[in-house]
Design a protein around this ligand. Structure first.
Ligand code: SAH
Length: 391
């Protein structure tokens, strides 16, 4: 196995047991290295540090697989798949949809597997993991006997790794609509056309936490996608819900989902840009008691953080303006660069500008099938704050 050497300046960072080593943290790489090849990482004093796979084309040059010298064999890969699946066993008693493999957080960097009623949605996003594709498919079939497997690999990540895009049904037949049962709620999942890997599984726990406080409330589900938040809230006794998403397809899905849960007459759906629609809601003097803001990531890089803060401020002020007395507002950021501190900071600015105090009620995180590992800061990517409006 070829060796790569960590720069002395990168040793302290390495001691925190990270998931990634950047190209800039490594001494110059041997030119013979192939994309995705397994390598040993050594210290400047030539002590063994870790085993990982390398991609000289990517900024994240090395993804660590282990801190021991033991090789990463097919058996080891299978063992890790099995371990990750077992970890979700109790969750799968409450829902038939879960992320089974969450990349680095399950010691399988570059691999994501979601299961929807045993139809698997797969992402292989790195060159190193791509090398194991046949083995992964074979093992998943053996461990889970899935009904189908669809490849929904992330094009952008693959591009950064110098890989071709990879999408489409790999095995079995994927139905037009799969029925997801999430703690008493039913959702239609369209894996063939839907966004992301199918559904936002990471918000499961947060939907339930908000639903607990929904009784009798008028809910405004902004950036609603399939309507997960609003539907759970309605099932727990919310008075009515207004769903807003700019995607026509998402709005169609909300309509179907309302009917799957026999909630047709409790939901209104508007297909529009939330930034514009908030203004119209205010003009119509509509008021809500539970407002959810779950936008897509506005800050994919650190440089975009300022723009993201401005967008967020506009949204929070808009939400405060349509909030009834004692309303609750939940904010979710799925961007690593917009953490709890940034969210709180921008909420404070919105509070100041709208002359309305906010009480902090709860902090929310991604659900446990998307494990956040302390040593890998990027793995904690979904954070939320629930406020009560003090007016
Ligand atoms: N709350 C959802 C997930 C939201 S994902 C859930 O629990 O499942 C973000 C959603 O925002 C996507 O559905 C996307 O179509 C929508 N979106 C993105 N930009 C938007 C905009 N400016 N106005 C309205 N919707 C937007």
């Amino acid at each position: 196995m070829q060796k790569v050497t960590l720069k002395k300046s990168a040793l302290p960072a390495f001691r925190t047991l990270p998931a990634w080593i950047y190209g800039s943290q490594l001494e110059s790489l041997p030119s013979s290295l192939e994309q995705g090849e397994l390598v040993h990482l050594y210290s400047p004093k030539q002590e063994f540090l870790a085993l990982g796979y390398i991609n000289p084309k990517s900024q994240i040059a090395l993804r660590i697989l282990s801190f021991t010298q033991k090789s990463f064999t097919p058996e080891e890969l299978k063992k890790r798949l099995q371990k990750a699946i077992l970890k979700r066993e109790s969750l799968l008693l409450k829902t038939n949809g879960a992320r089974l493999i969450h990349s680095e957080s399950d010691e399988l960097p570059g691999l994501i597997v979601d299961s929807y009623a045993n139809h698997l949605s797969l992402q292989i996003n790195t060159a190193g993991m791509e090398r194991f594709r046949p083995l992964i498919l074979e093992s998943l079939k053996e461990l889970l006997s899935p009904l189908s497997i669809i490849d929904k690999s992330d094009e952008k990540s693959r591009q950064l790794e110098g890989l071709e895009s990879s999408n489409g049904v790999i095995f079995g037949e994927v139905p037009q609509e799969i029925l997801l049962q999430e703690e008493g709620a039913r959702f239609g999942i369209n894996l063939l056309e839907g966004q992301k890997t199918g559904y936002y599984l990471d918000q499961r726990q947060n939907r339930l936490l908000l639903a607990e406080m929904a009784k009798g409330r008028r809910v405004l589900d902004l950036f609603c996608n399939g309507g997960g938040f609003g539907i759970h809230a309605l099932l727990k006794g919310a008075k009515e819900a207004l769903f807003i998403d700019s995607s026509e397809m998402a709005c169609e899905q909300v309509k179907k989902n309302l009917s799957l849960n026999q909630l047709e007459n409790k939901g209104r759906i508007i297909s529009a840009n939330v930034f514009d629609e908030l203004k119209r809601l205010r003009e119509r003097e509509e008021k809500f008691d539970l407002i959810i803001l779950d936008p897509p990531s506005f800050a994919k890089t650190k440089e975009q953080q300022k723009g993201a803060m401005n967008g967020w401020k506009y949204l929070i002020i808009g939400a405060i303006k349509v909030a009834a007395p004692k309303a609750r507002i939940a904010l979710y950021s799925c961007s690593y660069h917009m953490g709890l501190n940034e969210l709180a900071q921008v909420a404070l600015e919105a509070s100041r500008d709208s002359y309305t105090r906010l009480q902090i009620l709860q902090y929310h995180l991604q659900d446990i099938d998307h494990p956040a590992i302390l040593n890998m800061p990027h793995s904690l990517y979904l954070r939320g704050i629930v406020f009560e409006v003090l007016k």
